[in-house]
Design a binder for this molecule. Structure first.
Ligand code: G3P
Ligand code: MG
Length: 385
């Protein structure tokens, strides 16, 4: 399993010039038999690394410290562990590389919706509806879902499903990438007669009133608006953040707020409560998954077993994994629940602004910025500064 995953990374690298360079750096580094780091780092994005699309807390400088000064190769295994999303991991990696000035591999990007790919075995060939900003259906298609339709497109097949749509005159000049604009992109299956088997909230929903209306229609009709059925299709949320830090000075409502709105309305108009599953931090499996990815990165840095030929490759467990986050009830709660080897670091650049530690979810360490967090880690892990 591990070997297969590493081979896939090489494949990605071969397809992208910037990643190829990164790959070369890893290989050349491997030949010098570096010291194996016994620690790894998981960075939250919103409120720690970025605000909107702008770096904060000296994040580019902080990240550069995880690379070898001379060769530029990755020295310390790290990844981004965000509850955000809306575009495929490969595109997010390219975007982050450009904003932050370091080569980031798609393997290093874990988004709220990344675990959705684990549902493929059951839903690969079923009609699923994907909601949220960005390109939610493209995300699902990249994971392998063959019949994923965005809620924008799905709603467009049902006349007057949103009675408020004629009043929504604020639509942007830029057409949404996913919008149907030619006959080629019309699905080869009949969306209006096939039942939706699952609804996914992939990223923060844009048009809450339309999305709540259409999701309620899907969920209480057994997956076909206008029909009647007792069966509720599956409902998945990529994360459950009530609020998060974006560009505006105070926190913005997140996917958890949308979930509360949908659930509260659904439970008021339907006789059975909404059944749903939320992914993302603070769920312990997110931290387990991050740990296994960091192990793969650690192997790439120090073992050189890039082809997966060495069947005796040992798994080296980490002594410490650092979670650097800004949201006590998401990042810090998650790291605390995950337990050993996680060590939580809370920054003051996002949701948390307190002077002391957070009362309900105190972190192992509180710092002002991500740069300070990395400085603290490198000092603590003497030999890697
Ligand atoms: O929409 C993004 C937000 O919910 C959280 O992102 O990077 O702080 O986990 P992040
Ligand atoms: Mg955050």
């Amino acid at each position: 399993m591990k070997f297969r995953t590493i081979s896939r990374v090489i494949h990605y690298r071969n397809r992208s010039p910037s990643i190829q360079l990164h790959s070369y750096r890893v290989i050349s580094h491997l030949h010098s038999a570096p010291k194996r780091p016994s620690f790894g780092v998981a960075f939250d994005i919103d409120g720690v690394i970025l605000r909107g699309r702008s770096p904060i807390g000296d994040s580019p400088k902080a990240l550069r410290r995880l690379y070898d000064d001379d060769s530029g190769s990755l020295k310390i295994p790290y990844l981004f562990l965000t509850n955000g999303g809306g575009i495929p991991e490969s595109r997010r990696a390219a975007e982050l590389s450009q904003i932050l000035g370091v080569n980031i591999d798609p393997l290093q990007v874990v988004q709220g919706h990344s675990p959705f790919k684990n549902l493929l075995a059951r839903l690969e060939n079923e009609l699923v509806v994907a909601t949220g900003k960005g390109e939610p259906a493209v995300v699902m298609a990249e994971y392998g879902f063959k019949k994923a339709v965005s809620i924008d497109e799905y709603a467009s097949y049902f006349d007057s499903i949103d009675p408020l749509s004629p009043y929504k005159t604020w639509t942007t000049k830029q057409p949404c990438n996913e919008q149907r604009n030619s006959s080629e992109s019309v699905p080869s299956f009949d969306v209006t007669s096939e039942r939706v088997k699952a609804a996914f909230v992939v990223s923060d929903p844009v048009d809450w009133s339309r999305d709540i209306q259409v999701l309620c229609d899907i969920l209480r009709s057994g997956g076909l608006p206008g029909e009647k059925s007792e069966h509720q299709p599956d409902m998945y949320f990529a994360a459950d953040d009530l609020e998060y830090q974006s560009v505006f000075p105070s926190e913005r409502l997140g996917m958890g707020a949308f979930r509360i709105a949908l659930e509260s309305i659904f439970n008021s108009i339907h006789h059975k409560p909404l059944k749903y599953t939320s992914f993302g931090k603070p769920n312990p499996f997110v931290f387990k998954n991050a740990e296994s990815i960091l192990m793969q990165l650690q192997s790439l840095i120090s073992d050189g077993d890039i082809n997966g030929d060495n069947k005796d490759m040992k798994i080296h467990h980490f002594e410490t994994l650092y979670m650097i986050g800004d949201n006590p009830s998401v990042d810090i709660k998650g790291a605390r629940q995950a337990g050993h080897p996680w060590f939580s670091i809370l920054t003051r650049t996002g949701v948390f602004r307190g002077k002391e530690n957070h009362t309900d979810y105190p972190a192992d360490k509180v710092v002002n910025t991500v740069e300070e967090a990395v400085e603290f880690i490198l000092h603590r892990e003497a030999g890697f500064s």
